[in-house]
Design a binder for this molecule. Structure first.
Ligand code: PLP
Length: 424
């Protein structure tokens, strides 16, 4: 299939998307294949880098271009406390594997409910100060199960516009009415609550994130919660990025605001601080009991294997026993902020994610490739995941980073910003 090959360096995914609508499967997939080939050939490809070591502050990758392995400083992993390769966690996993084996082969309501899952539910319920917890095979599944399982046709969901893709996908699976409010804009939220409460015949849910995955800022829960109470609305809090690192004991963003008993329902993931995979919902015993039978992504998806559950339990022990990791993480984040600000970047993280906005005139693919060549592993958040003028690098800090690592990060970023080749 003839593909109009992109001839100039400014060809982007947007150009591909614009030209691919209404084409047959064969044409679309051929063209996309060519597009990815173009990106690779032109040294802009930084997807699917092959990591051949454990995830630590430094990872070893296999570089297909160099046909050799090399070390890179990892600033892309949500392994905030360094639990991905923690000796205690690994010991706990080995022990569980010897006792419980590697898998369970079924969903939790049938044959997939283990003693480890029960123990983890109880630990998480205590952590989130709520009556009950249910565990999903991913945070994504938890979000789609929650939205599609809990809400009905007469209800309304008012949600922050920067909500995660899994929330948006959950909306696709429900017949509930929905409307967004501008990110963290309390006036807009109040206006939407006012409008919705005058016409809603069911329940009103308000969905937001504790720590926003895109910008690393916090939802002002201290202001949102009193507003919700006024309208009798139910709070759905996605605390994927706050669980384990926010608050004095790492219990999450609600602890940070001292509002732990005010959250109607919390979603968490095991894929960030706990550095495994899986997700959970925490709420009242009635709501969790209901969702066990109405969240299809829970009912029809196999349970986490014992080894993953044991890794999460081990991680929770470390979170409790090693508070210095949390302190070091926040210290590192502040140090990175001070270095980046020295170079003129405006960054204002409130947790462990630093969003570095990329100017419209910069080619984010080229820039990420340059950063990659300089030994820094960073994630680029690109269109269409965000609007074109909102593209950014997302720097994930960890407790493992040293000051020298952070110095290198900021020096290399500055060098790439000063390199005229990375500008369109
Ligand atoms: C805010 C938020 N919610 C949910 C998810 C989905 O979690 P998981 O990756 O564990 O499926 C993510 C993952 O990036 C996230 O950032």
């Amino acid at each position: 299939m003839a593909f109009v090959k992109p001839v100039d360096q400014s060809f982007t995914l947007r150009d591909f998307l614009k030209s691919s609508t209404k084409k047959s499967l064969k044409k679309r997939t051929d063209e996309f294949y060519d597009y990815v080939g173009f990106v690779k050939k032109n040294h802009r490809y930084t997807y699917q880098r092959k990591i051949i070591s454990a995830t630590e502050r430094v990872v070893e990758i296999w570089d297909d271009e160099d046909k050799a392995s090399r070390e890179m400083l990892m600033f892309a992993s949500n392994n905030y406390l360094g639990l991905a390769n923690h000796p205690y966690v690994k010991e706990r996993v080995i022990k569980a594997m010897k006792t419980n084996g590697t898998g369970i082969g079924g969903p939790p309501l049938l044959n997939g409910y283990s003693n480890l899952m029960c123990e983890l539910e109880e630990r998480l319920a205590a952590m989130k100060q709520c009556e009950s917890v249910m565990i999903f095979s991913s945070g994504y599944n938890a979000n789609i199960g929650l939205i599609s399982g809990l809400t009905q046709r007469n209800d309304w969901i008012i949600f922050d516009s920067l909500s995660h893709a899994s929330f948006y996908d959950g909306l696709q699976l429900t017949k509930t009415n929905s409307v967004h409010f501008e990110h963290n804009n309390l006036n807009d939220l109040e206006q939407k609550l006012e409008e919705v409460s005058s016409k809603c015949k069911g329940d009103i849910f308000v969905a937001t994130e504790g720590v926003f995955s895109m910008d690393g800022d916090l939802a002002p829960l201290d202001k949102i919660i009193p507003m919700l109470r006024k309208y009798n609305a139910i709070l759905l809090l996605d605390d994927a990025h706050g669980t384990g690192i926010m608050g004095e004991l790492g219990k999450g963003t609600a602890e940070h605001f001292n509002l732990e008993n005010e959250i109607d329902l919390t979603l968490g993931t095991f894929s960030k601080t706990l550095a495994v995979t899986g997700g959970f919902l925490a709420s009242s015993k009635e709501v969790i009991n209901y969702l066990r039978y109405f969240a299809r992504s829970y009912m029809f998806s196999a349970s986490l294997p014992p080894i993953s559950l044991a890794a999460v339990l081990g991680g929770l022990d470390v979170i409790e026993k090693e508070p210095w990791l949390r302190e070091k993480l926040h210290e590192n984040t502040q140090y990175a902020v001070s270095k980046l600000r020295q170079f003129g970047f405006y960054v204002e993280p409130e947790a462990a994610i630093i969003a570095l906005k990329v100017p419209d005139e910069m080619n984010i693919r080229k820039a990420n490739y340059e950063i990659h060549r300089r030994g820094i592993f960073l994630n680029a958040v690109e269109y269409p995941a965000v609007p074109l003028n909102e593209q950014r690098f997302r720097i994930s800090m960890t407790a493992l980073h040293t000051k020298e690592d952070i110095d290198k990060l900021s020096t290399e970023i500055e060098a790439v910003w000063n390199d005229e080749n990375t500008w369109i």
